[in-house]
Design a protein around this ligand. Structure first.
Ligand code: HEM
Length: 403
């Protein structure tokens, strides 16, 4: 395995995958990857890019680095818009972007605030909670159900569908190590997801209800409507892209704040710093450490001269790029007062996160309401050893306590 594959640089032995597998604290590994040149070839046919310049290059050149890949998450068609390249991708985004624009999120803010406080009500007097289970997992899904116009009673079903695709080992422990068992659970869940949203699309087609699904049904681009399958492929992606990511980010952020009284004190003393705190914690924690892989569409090369043959899988390490001093001075420090924070936690280029405004709103409102009501908290004694299981970065059973 080699790093810095520019033609005139010495290759260095390094197990890149092992290096970045410390999900609890990946930053030192990112630093090392950057110090070694920011480009690595962990195996034949695979390149990992980590420095900001190269990451920007890959994300911005979608014609050279395609997103049309088979994710194998129980879906039978490409997910829209993630696995679609321009120009078709741009047409989908033109239609979807307004539905998740900041103005739409303004309309959701009161609902989001009520949901945050409703959940805090359930444990605030107890002086402790399992933050992962009692807040982070439930909150984004409940917001999402509201947005999609779905009944609150479907929450458990929704979480089960999400887990069947993203955490199949929860349904069948064999799926942790056995790829076939994994595919079985994912495919079974995929069918349930198509059936669930299919019935909903049919209902909203017959009787629009002013929610997001109804807008998908009614939306037109260039005089054309989305097909039923298009809508299902969008909903499938929403389910996996919009729920876990926010839950995971919340656990990473609260684990950080619970262990950093000085940063917590900054938020409590001056809540107006919360938008910047959210951006900085997104940069530092980068809960989605890599985008989905890209595939080189032709023989090309990276800005450092590293050749990339057609068909190469390109892994884009946005977590490492967020520590690159070239765009973020003192990148190793967590500073809530940065004037400029051009982090890549939501990706970049045409596939930049569709739900970033929703996610930001959820994170900001949570930080605001939580610190009003529970300003001083810590990891519950006896639970300081935090577990970050495989997958996106998240803390299992984050136990918080306050008095
Ligand atoms: C803090 C929470 C979130 C993080 C860290 C996050 C991160 C990301 C990243 C890194 C990408 C780029 C993937 C790539 O280039 O391969 C992405 C894309 C996407 N995200 Fe998010 N996301 C979050 C929340 C959400 C939410 C709430 C939604 C729900 C609407 C959402 C929907 C999407 C969609 C649909 C895409 C694909 C966009 C496209 O291909 O054009 N995300 N997200």
């Amino acid at each position: 395995m080699t790093t810095d594959t520019s033609p005139d640089s010495p290759a260095d032995d390094l197990d890149v995958f092992e290096m970045i597998q410390d999900l609890a604290a990946p930053q030192p590994a990112y630093r090392r990857l950057l110090d070694l040149g920011g480009v690595a070839t962990p195996m034949e046919g695979v390149v990992m890019v980590a420095d900001r310049d190269t990451v920007d290059h890959v994300l911005r050149h979608h014609e050279l680095f395609s997103s049309k890949i088979e994710l194998g998450l129980g879906n039978v068609r490409p997910l829209i818009p993630l696995n679609v390249d321009p120009p078709l991708h741009s047409r989908f985004r033109k239609l979807l972007d307004p539905l998740f624009a900041p103005r739409r999120m303004d309309e959701q803010e009161e609902d989001i605030r009520n949901r945050v406080n409703g959940l805090i009500d359930t444990f605030v007097d107890r002086g402790e909670c399992n933050f992962t289970e009692e807040f982070a997992e439930i909150f984004p899904s409940s917001v999402f159900l509201g947005l999609m116009g779905l009944p609150a009673d479907d929450l458990r079903l929704f979480l089960d569908m999400r887990d069947g695709v993203l955490h199949p080992e929860k349904e069948d422990p064999e799926a942790m190590f056995d790829p076939e068992a994994r595919s079985r659970v994912m495919n079974r869940t995929g069918t349930k997801i198509y059936d669930y949203f299919g019935a909903l699309v049919d209902e909203r087609t017959a009787q629009p209800a002013g929610d997001v699904i109804s807008r998908f049904v009614e939306a037109e681009f260039d005089g054309e409507r989305l097909s039923r399958n298009d809508i299902l492929d969008i909903c499938f992606l929403m389910l996996i892209a919009g729920l876990d990511t926010v839950s995971d980010t919340l656990t990473c952020m609260f684990a950080y704040l619970a262990r950093s009284p000085e940063h917590r004190a900054e938020i409590v003393a001056d809540p107006s710093c919360i938008p910047q705190a959210v951006e900085e914690l997104l940069r530092w924690e980068t809960p989605v450490p890599m985008t989905s892989p890209r595939i080189a569409t032709e023989d090309t090369e990276l800005p450092n001269g590293c050749p990339v043959p057609a068909g190469t899988s390109v892994l884009v390490a946005i977590g490492a790029a967020n520590l690159d001093e070239a765009t973020c001075p003192a990148a190793g420090d967590v500073q809530f007062d940065r004037d400029l924070n051009r982090h890549l936690a939501f990706g970049g280029g045409v596939h930049r996160c569709l739900g970033s405004h929703l996610a930001r709103r959820e994170l900001r409102v949570t930080l605001l309401e939580w610190h009003k009501r529970i300003p001083d908290y810590r990891i519950k004694p006896g639970h300081e050893e935090l577990e970050y299981p495989p997958g996106l970065r998240h803390v299992k059973d984050l136990m918080l306590a306050w008095s």
